[in-house]
Design a protein around this ligand. Structure first.
Ligand code: AMP
Length: 396
């Protein structure tokens, strides 16, 4: 389990110091223009704190997969431009990462000024967490701030390696992730309800195993629910099935029973006659899915069952959609659950990735306590794994 008691930017003297801040500027770019600047906007709070407290701010991030080579298609220059607008001050763009230009610009920084290094993945050493590269990167600064939760589950040079050479603290984004998610795992307000959906049991098995010891209710929806139904001997037709996980599904349900955890799977399902947005569809009970048909969403009775289970919860953790939300005919269950979580008054935590995107697309983002900024990272956090980008930070 990742320690949640980490020093933050407020626990270290940054005035007059060169601070290397790892952000997540991995934004979508189309034709040279940023199509969604959410991640840049979210990083502003930490950057502003550093500027306002007289730090000399050296920002770094990855973008895309340039495969260890300088490729200007993946340049962070558009990010520097957007960030300049958001901060109302120039963000100086370096032409390289640890080269002459970056070094000269870092050395010339004045208190409160901000610069951005080029894409750290222009060097193949970044993802290898090469110590010499990490040391060179660290040599630009006197303090390391990690605020990139989305890559905190990766031990890369700019996310973890540099912390071997510098005092290391977290920014506000990582602080929020660890205080809210860590709080839910360590000392949840009860009843504690977890809702897990999405495609595969195998992707979520670590989360299920960790949460089953902590929650009062475990709700399983989405494609992974059919493997659980199969283990109960139900006819699941052509629904998504992980045949090698049927036994495991059965043992998870047995464990839930032994522990007194309320375990809910769908009672009815919206089924389609093919995996297609325009397929024929209807609703049937969970033990009655005909051959040639597949469960693509939970049914109305299940929506109510799940909503009732969420009502009165103290904490809700949700990861993974209830159905194939890419098809409008099968997004109903996910909308219903989002509504129930929003109405519950519980501390609501939405894992990143597909569930975060669904909650945002469906307009419930403002109603949730916390939407994680990292898909893979939040999943690993909920699995109880130690995240290298957080582990490497100094304890309080
Ligand atoms: P994940 O990344 O594991 O959270 O899974 C998200 C994916 O699960 C989405 O692309 C959904 O379309 C898919 N999914 C959800 N429910 C089903 C289902 N009943 N059958 C097939 N795929 C599903």
């Amino acid at each position: 389990m990742t320690s949640v008691n980490k020093k933050t930017v407020e626990d270290i003297q940054v005035s007059g110091k060169r601070v290397l801040a790892r952000c997540d500027f991995n934004v979508p770019i189309a034709d040279g223009a940023i199509s969604d600047d959410k991640r840049i906007r979210e990083s502003v709070k930490t950057i502003k704190y550093l500027m306002d407290n007289g730090a000399r701010v050296i920002l770094c991030s990855h973008m895309g997969r340039p495969k260890g080579e300088f490729n200007m298609k993946y340049s962070l220059a558009p990010v520097a431009k957007r960030l300049s607008e958001l901060l109302g001050t120039e963000v100086i763009m370096a032409a390289d990462v640890i080269g002459e230009d970056a070094k000269a610009k870092a050395a010339a920084l004045k208190d409160g000024q901000v610069m951005l290094l080029e894409n750290v993945r222009f060097h193949k050493e970044e993802e290898k967490n090469d110590p010499a590269f990490a040391k060179e990167l660290a040599s630009l600064a006197e303090i390391f701030v990690n605020d990139a939760f989305g890559t905190a589950h990766r031990a890369h040079a700019s996310t973890a390696g540099v912390a071997d050479y510098l005092p290391a603290v977290c920014g506000y984004l990582i602080q929020k992730e660890i205080s809210i998610m860590g709080g839910a795992l360590n000392d949840p307000k009860r009843p504690f309800v977890a809702i897990l959906g999405g495609a595969k049991v195998s992707d979520k098995i670590g989360v299920i195993t960790n949460l089953i010891d902590k929650v009062d209710t475990l709700i399983i929806g989405g494609g992974m629910a059919y493997t659980f139904m199969k283990s109960l001997g139900h006819n699941i037709g052509d629904s998504l099935l992980e045949a090698d996980k049927v036994e495991l599904a059965g043992s998870i349900m047995k464990k839930a029973e032994e522990k007194g955890v309320k375990f809910l799977i769908p009672q009815d399902n919206r089924i389609g006659d093919k995996y297609d947005a325009n397929c024929a569809f209807r609703t049937v009970d969970s033990d009655d899915i005909p051959e040639g048909w597949m469960g693509l969403d939970i049914g109305e009775r299940t929506e109510k069952l799940f909503a009732d289970a969420v009502k009165g919860a103290g904490t809700v953790v949700w990861n993974g959609p209830m159905g194939v939300t890419e098809f409008p005919n099968f997004e109903h269950g996910t909308i219903a659950v989002a509504q129930a979580v929003a109405d519950s008054g519980a501390i609501s935590i939405i894992g990143g990735g597909d569930s975060a995107a669904a909650v945002e697309k469906l307009g419930f983002a403002d109603k949730m306590t916390h939407i994680s900024t990292g898909g893979g990272a939040s999943l690993e956090f909920l699995e109880g794994l130690a995240l290298p980008g957080i582990e490497c930070l100094n304890d309080k």
